[in-house]
Ligand binder design. Structure first.
Ligand code: NAD
Ligand code: UDP
Length: 312
């Protein structure tokens, strides 16, 4: 039995991780300030003897005894991380410093949830871990992109200076049940709009691409990375290399929901990346991981979840 800390554990991805550890017989401390997460995501775990929830903000130090730390605390959707950009930067930077300090003190292994956003608006396609990215340091996405880049830097500095065992996962757009229906990300927005027969809001002309990974595949990759060989730190891309334009995604969701929604076009937010697709050869080699759930199957599961969630 391991003692595992999950920061951001009441969020979309964090709550799925907590489920996996409890199923596995591990002991879980879930830390969250409930900014974008909700107790509803972990309600079913609250009375479990091996599950503990602590309402805490990771920009403040935390003292607990654990073997592994999964650091996921950070708003992930653009409207949420842009709501208070200074707070987002603090969560990314002070947050990982506090968690690295904890890892050092208690000799825990730590995994940092990084992101494909470290590649910015990539000039190299598809994106390999060795690509250093094209990030605007002064734009509206910078609090998140640069915050996550600094967090990666701090992980490697704690590794080199203090031999903390670090693992860095670069997550590409992930979707699935427990996405907050109102968090503004493209998959949840389009499904909610389609289910309500409201206009589907495409930002720009819809030709920008994303690669969408189903949550169960992502969680499997994340756990494999945490438990990978001691001298492997990553960063490693975890995502589904299937690449779709936003317009293709909208049409697929209209088809799967049988919606009467029409497509409407809105201005493209600044610095919105034009294209994104992971190279996953490193994950295949080091973690023996590849995604198993393709877009249509994953969307169907997400549509079922959001239909119930919205009581439609
Ligand atoms: P989410 O918003 O559902 O979860 C984030 C959680 O962190 C929430 O429960 C929120 O309340 C909590 N949180 C935010 N700031 C905090 C703070 N200062 N202290 C404590 N808790 C705090 O988002 P998610 O999709 O589950 O993302 C989880 C992690 O994965 C994030 O770090 C995100 O950057 C990363 N990520 C996600 C994706 C994706 O597509 N889902 C892609 C790339 C990276
Ligand atoms: N997007 C859109 N309509 C929406 C929400 C998002 O067209 O209602 C676009 C957004 O501009 C971006 C893509 O969908 O090009 C993915 O957006 P998301 O916020 O999910 O994540 P990102 O990958 O940009 O962080």
């Amino acid at each position: 039995m391991k003692r595992i800390l999950v920061t951001g554990g009441a969020g979309f991805l964090g709550s799925h991780l907590c489920d996996r550890f409890i199923e596995n017989g591990d002991s879980v401390i879930c830390v969250d300030n409930l900014f974008t997460g909700t107790k509803k995501n972990i309600q079913h775990l609250m009375n479990h003897p091996q599950f503990e929830f602590i309402r805490h903000d990771i920009t403040e130090p935390l003292y607990v005894e654990v073997d592994q730390i999964y650091n996921l605390a950070c708003p992930a959707s653009p409207p949420h991380y842009q709501y208070n950009p200074i707070k987002t930067a603090k969560t990314s930077v002070y947050g990982i410093m506090n968690m690295l300090g904890l890892a050092k003190r208690v000799h825990a292994r730590i995994l940092q949830a990084s992101t494909s956003e470290v590649y910015g608006d990539p000039q190299v396609h598809p994106q390999l871990e060795t690509y250093r990215g094209c990030v605007n340091p002064v734009g509206i996405r910078s609090c998140y992109d640069e915050g996550k880049r600094m967090a990666e830097t701090l992980c490697f500095d704690y590794y080199r200076q203090h031999q903390v065992e670090i693992k860095i996962i670069r997550i590409f757009n992930t979707y699935g049940p427990r996405m907050n229906p109102e968090d503004g990300r493209v998959v949840s927005n389009f499904i909610v709009q389609a289910l309500k027969n409201e206009p589907i809001t495409i930002y720009g002309d819809g030709s920008q691409t994303r690669s969408f990974c189903y949550v169960d595949d992502l969680i499997e990759g994340m756990i494999r990375l945490m438990n990978s060989r001691k001298d492997f730190q990553g960063p490693v891309n975890i995502g589904n290399p299937g690449e779709f334009t936003v317009l293709q995604l909208a049409n697929k969701i209209i088809e799967l929901t049988g919606s009467k929604s029409e497509i409407t076009y809105r201005p493209l937010p600044s610095d919105d990346p034009v294209q994104r697709r992971p190279v996953i050869e490193l994950a295949k080699k080091e973690l023996d991981w590849k995604p198993t759930i393709q877009l249509e199957e994953g969307l169907k599961k997400t549509i079922t979840y959001l239909t119930k969630e919205l009581s439609l």
